[in-house]
Write a protein that binds this ligand. Structure first.
Ligand code: AMP
Length: 475
């Protein structure tokens, strides 16, 4: 759960990176960083907190140059240490190298101990440094970035969308299974890559296409070039991006997330209809689903919870009582919309179950007669090892409970989760192209102690250095 962006633009990049990262803020609120290059010098700035808190106008002015990369971080691997904030920056053989990564590797331990045994040291606890190490070693040896990315795709297991800058040339690549989203856009005087298309929109750019799984994109002042390094038999796009993580206005792998969620809302009604007075979302994550439900069922859409938009996700309170009050500050019920009413309450997912329970309690206290909970994902059964911050099985309320047990635990009048089939149909790319690990416990690659498949990946050996995929604007 991180957001990455890279831009080469003749008009300068720091402000554009800042706005793109602002658009990706939902992907990580822990820390933010930018590196830029002006032809001779690598400029860098990073800090803990939200994009708007980390960067001031003066700081942005100092980040000079026409090429740069940025990162917003939500830690999955590595603790919340200042040295783990990305981009990671290195100097080697007079090259300036900067790298940012979205995703999570599952063979970090093996790779790290291999390097450590050969006497190398690490300065961070993140898996991103492993990616950087493989790239730098290979580039030092062969001088070829294509060779280095090829080596990464052979050695890294897990999810990785990576953006890097070497002496002002931008490179971006996506793992062969295409687990995390990554797209290409045109800016006013250049090109960009970003985790989600909303970052391109924020710059008034033109969305061109998604980076293909296994593809390497190179951008410099002269333009853009794309090279296919590896080809997998099937993809494994993260299903949770569609359910919760991506912004609803993003187009991910050819699909508008809002449409997926609205369609699922309709399917929730078809699968388990209920007669109610109103359909109400849990803001903001349930809104598109609830609109779909209301339209399809004909039941009026009426918000019954108001969200305070000024409360960050990182609002941490030391005591249980304060935490409970914090929920009230974040979400406040509207009694006039609830008293003696039967409500369909729609949200995207139930993870630990604590939010749903508190919300239902609040709605009942405010006068709701019935609260029928409808959820836009199937039950979450297993942890994510590939980049979404999910708790362990013990903390996941549904890992060992059937739907009726969860209903009782959250005290809903009724509870229905959308079926996996309906969810996959709403996304439209086919089950074989989605990672459903958190919903099924079956992962698209081998993971210790879990059920995983070994993906079929072909390397375009021998010819991969050629410009195989000359850039086309249609995917
Ligand atoms: P809970 O069941 O209390 O764990 O909260 C579930 C709610 O948190 C869902 O309705 C989502 O909107 C949101 N959510 C789901 N997954 C995540 C995640 N990985 N990190 C933060 N919030 C999440």
């Amino acid at each position: 759960m991180c957001g990455i962006v890279g831009i080469v633009d003749a008009g300068g990049v720091s402000i554009q990176l800042y706005y793109a990262m602002y658009a990706l803020q939902h992907r990580g609120q822990e820390s933010a960083g930018i590196s830029t290059f002006d032809g001779t010098t690598l400029y860098k700035f990073k800090g803990q907190g939200l994009v708007a808190d980390v960067f001031s106008p003066a700081v942005l002015e100092d980040l000079k140059g026409n090429a740069g990369i940025g990162h917003v971080r939500y830690p999955t691997t590595g603790f919340n240490l200042p040295e783990n904030i990305q981009p990671l920056n290195f100097q080697f053989k007079e090259h300036s190298f900067s790298l940012a990564h979205n995703g999570n590797l599952v063979n970090t331990k093996e790779l790290r101990s291999e390097y450590e045994q050969s006497g190398q040291i690490f300065t961070t606890t993140t898996d991103t440094e492993i990616v950087a190490r493989i790239l730098i070693d290979e580039i030092s040896e062969s001088g070829s970035v294509e060779d280095a990315v090829h080596m990464c795709m052979r050695r890294l297991q897990g999810s990785y969308s990576v953006v890097m800058m070497i002496d002002g040339v931008l490179y971006a690549f996506r793992d062969p299974l295409g687990i995390k989203p990554f797209c290409i856009g045109k800016t006013e005087q250049g090109y960009m890559v970003a985790s989600e298309s909303v970052a391109v929109d924020a710059l008034d750019g033109t969305f061109l296409r998604d980076i293909k799984p296994g593809e390497l994109v190179r951008i410099d002042n002269a333009g853009i070039r794309c090279t296919q390094i590896a080809v997998a038999g099937t993809y494994a796009h993260c299903i949770f991006e569609y359910i919760y993580f991506s912004r609803a206005d993003s187009v991910i792998d050819g699909v508008l997330v809002y449409d997926v969620r609205r369609t699922i809302g309709g399917k929730l009604y078809d699968e388990d209809p209920v007669a109610a007075d109103a359909v109400s979302p849990v803001p903001d994550s349930g809104v598109a689903y609830a609109i779909g439900y209301a339209r399809h069922s004909g039941i009026p859409y009426a918000e019954s919870l108001m969200k305070n938009r000024y409360m960050g996700r990182t609002f941490i309170m030391p005591s249980q009582k304060q935490r409970e009050r914090a929920v009230r500050i974040k979400l406040n019920p509207i009694p006039a919309h609830l008293v003696d009413k039967s409500i369909v309450l729609v949200d995207d997912s139930i993870v630990r179950g604590t939010t749903s329970k508190r919300i239902i309690d609040m709605m009942r206290e405010a006068g709701a007669r019935e609260v029928h909970v409808r959820i836009g994902s199937p039950q979450i059964k297993a942890p994510c090892y590939l980049g979404v911050d999910m708790p362990t099985r013990q903390e996941l309320i549904a890992s060992d409970k059937v739907e009726e047990e969860v209903r009782r635990s959250i005290t809903a009048t009724s509870l229905h989760h959308v079926s996996l089939e309906a969810l996959i149909e709403a996304i439209g790319c086919g089950r074989e192209h989605l990672c459903t690990g958190c919903l099924t416990g079956c992962y698209p690659l081998p993971i210790e102690g879990e059920q995983g498949k070994t993906p079929q990946i072909d390397f375009v050996a021998g010819t991969y250095q050629a410009n195989l995929g000359s850039f086309e604007t249609e995917s």
